[in-house]
Design a protein around this ligand. Structure first.
Ligand code: ATP
Length: 233
């Protein structure tokens, strides 16, 4: 079986500052992979490089067996990668439904549409005419996930879903993930909360100062290994 997503020796720079140093990272079809690491470790930079928001070196990112490094972000969405960005980034003046429709702009064939999103998060059907600004943080996160699913991705990347949300809301959001992955969709979950990251994923990668400091099966890695990989002590 060939990998769905594969980065090989991925590097990233902001001007003279190097943020990633040769990241090798694999996601298999249907797999949930967690990406953890302290603030500034390089998680968002990695996601930006994979989704085309930062230019990745030639041949360093492959998806479905083909090179995608160098493609524009919308072309990468068209290949089947969708991002749920940190901080949700909804259009505040647009309604829930309009925000979801924007996600369907680069639409691939598949089962996700407005009805499927409303079935996943019934509260969004009730609030479909409400503007983005009128929603709770949890509801905004549901819209951001729904918007990404509307493109019918093969790989969904979620950046810090739990940021700023109450634990009970975080649980509600994470409880929806199995219905999202049941048809074989793969997930990368970036999480500050290590316990949540381990619980929802099959494998994890930890970044430290732009390098992979630990990778393994989420249930097999120990607390000691994670602490060392996080902080380098
Ligand atoms: P966080 O959990 O805080 O989002 P992160 O693991 O996602 O952290 P990145 O945001 O990828 O980390 O940052 C990696 C490194 O790159 C940090 O040292 C950060 O200061 C630097 N960096 C990030 N964005 C920029 C930028 N636009 N210009 C310059 N340096 C940046």
């Amino acid at each position: 079986m060939s990998a769905l997503l594969e980065t090989h020796g991925l590097t990233a720079h902001y001007g003279d500052f190097q943020a990633l140093f040769g990241i090798d990272f694999v996601v298999e079809p249907g797999e949930v992979v967690a990406l953890i690491g302290a603030n500034g470790a390089g998680k968002s930079t990695f996601l930006k490089s994979v989704t085309g928001l930062l230019k990745a070196p030639r041949d360093s990112v492959r998806f479905g067996g083909e090179t995608i490094s160098g493609l524009a972000p919308d072309k990468i969405v068209g290949r089947g990668i969708a991002l749920v960005p940190e901080g949700r980034r909804l259009f505040p003046s647009l309604s829930v439904e309009e925000n979801l429709m924007i996600g369907g702009f680069t639409r691939r064939a598949g089962a996700w549409n407005l009805n499927a999103v409303y079935k996943l998060f019934p509260i969004l059907r009730e609030r479909r005419h409400a503007p983005g600004t009128a929603l709770s943080g949890g509801q905004q996160q549901m819209v951001a996930i729904g918007r990404a699913l509307m493109s019918n991705p093969q790989l969904l990347i979620c950046d810090e879903l739990s940021l700023g949300l109450a634990p009970i809301v975080v649980k509600e959001i994470y409880d929806a993930l199995p219905s999202i992955t049941q048809d074989g969709l793969s997930l990368i979950v970036v999480e500050q909360d290590v316990a949540t990251a381990r619980a929802v994923s099959q494998r994890l990668y930890c970044l430290q100062e732009g390098r992979v400091s630990l990778t393994g099966r989420s249930q097999d890695v120990t607390h000691e290994q994670i602490s060392k990989a996080y902080f380098g002590i």
